[in-house]
Design a protein. Structure first.
Length: 291
C-alpha cells in the first residue's frame, strides 16, 4: 500500500510529510512543471556554474532568516483518500559556524477536518525547547538536560538547503526576470527526492523513488544573490494510485535578527495565544504563496 508518512514533531526538530493535488503541466523545452509559472523570465546568458560561485559566497554570510513554508498532500488509493495542508513560519538565528543558535518555530496543520498548531521557542541564552500547542497553551520545556552540548535543529535549515542546491547546481538551467535569477532542473536527470528529502522529511512507502516525477524551482535576488524561494513538486500516477507532494518555501528578513531578540525572558511578554496566532497567520501571507 502506498502511504505518506504523517507529520510529527520531535525535540528541536520540525518535520513535515506533505503533498498537493495540482494540474500537472509540462513544457516541450525543458519539461519542468514550474516553467509555466515564469511568465516574465527569459533564459539567462550566465551559466549555473558561474552564478553559483557567487551565490554560495553570498549565502554563507546569512546570519538570520525567516522561512515561510507551505506544504500540501494528496494520496489516493483503493483504500485511502487523504488531503492535508501544513504551514510553518520559522525565524532562525545562526552562529558563526552556521549552526542554529536560536529560533521561533510555528507549525499549523489540517487533515481530514482535524487541525493542530504548535509553537516552539528555542532561546539564545540557554538550551531549552519551550513548546505550547492547541493541546496545551502553557509553555512547557521539553529538554531536561540544558547543557551547552545540545544542538538546535529545524527543517528546512537555510544553510543546509543551500548546500543541497550547490550539490545539484551543475544540472540546473538559468532564467532571469527583472529582479531574480531562477533555476529549474531539466527533466529527471537528477534524484531530487533523495537530495531534498532530509530538508522536509518526506517519506513515501510502496513506491520506488525512481518512479516519481520531481521538479524544483529556485530563485535568488539579483542584487544580493540571496535565496528567496524554493519550490518542489513530486507526483506519481500509476496502477490506480495517485500521490502528489507540493512544497514552497519563501525566504525573507535576512540578517535582521540578533541574539537579544531570542532571550528566554521574552516569552513572558508575548501576547495571549489567540492574539499571537492571528498575528502569525497574517504574517504568513498564505495568499502570496505561488504554489
Amino acid at each position: 500500500m502506498m502511504k505518506v508518512k504523517p507529520f510529527f514533531n520531535r525535540i528541536v526538530v520540525l518535520l513535515f510529510a506533505v503533498s498537493m493535488l495540482l494540474p500537472i503541466k509540462t513544457h516541450a523545452q525543458i519539461n519542468n512543471y514550474f516553467e509555466d509559472f515564469m511568465t516574465e523570465a527569459k533564459p539567462s546568458r550566465k551559466t549555473a556554474t558561474e552564478l553559483f560561485e557567487e551565490i554560495k559566497i553570498a549565502n554563507e554570510k546569512v546570519t538570520s532568516v525567516t522561512e515561510n513554508v507551505s506544504l500540501y498532500s494528496t494520496v489516493e488509493t483503493e483504500d485511502e483518500n487523504t488531503f492535508s495542508q501544513q504551514w510553518a513560519l520559522l525565524d532562525l538565528l545562526f552562529d558563526q559556524d552556521q549552526a542554529i543558535k536560536a529560533a521561533i518555530l510555528y507549525f499549523e496543520s489540517e487533515e481530514n477536518d482535524q487541525s493542530y498548531f504548535e509553537e516552539s521557542f528555542l532561546p539564545s541564552d540557554e538550551k531549552a525547547v519551550l513548546v505550547r500547542s492547541s493541546e496545551n497553551d502553557e509553555w512547557v520545556n521539553q529538554v531536561e538536560d540544558s547543557s551547552e552540548d545540545l544542538e538546535y535543529f529545524a527543517n528546512p535549515n537555510y544553510h543546509l538547503l543551500m548546500d543541497s542546491l550547490v550539490n545539484i547546481s551543475d544540472g540546473l538551467q538559468v532564467f532571469e526576470d527583472e529582479n531574480h535569477y531562477i533555476f529549474l532542473n531539466n527533466g529527471q536527470d537528477m534524484n531530487l527526492f533523495d537530495e531534498f528529502q532530509p530538508h522536509y522529511d518526506l517519506y513515501v512507502t510502496g513506491i520506488d523513488s525512481e518512479d516519481f516525477t520531481t521538479d524544483i524551482m529556485v530563485s535568488f535576488d539579483k542584487e544580493t544573490l540571496l535565496l528567496t524561494e524554493f519550490s518542489y513538486i513530486l507526483y506519481y500516477d500509476k496502477n490506480d494510485e495517485y500521490l502528489e507532494i507540493s512544497v514552497n518555501t519563501i525566504m525573507e528578513m535576512w540578517n535582521e535578527y540578533h541574539e537579544d531578540m531570542f532571550k528566554k525572558e521574552i516569552i513572558n511578554n508575548t501576547p495571549d495565544l489567540e492574539q499571537e496566532l492571528e498575528e502569525i497567520r497574517d504574517s504568513m501571507n498564505l495568499d502570496d504563496i505561488k504554489i
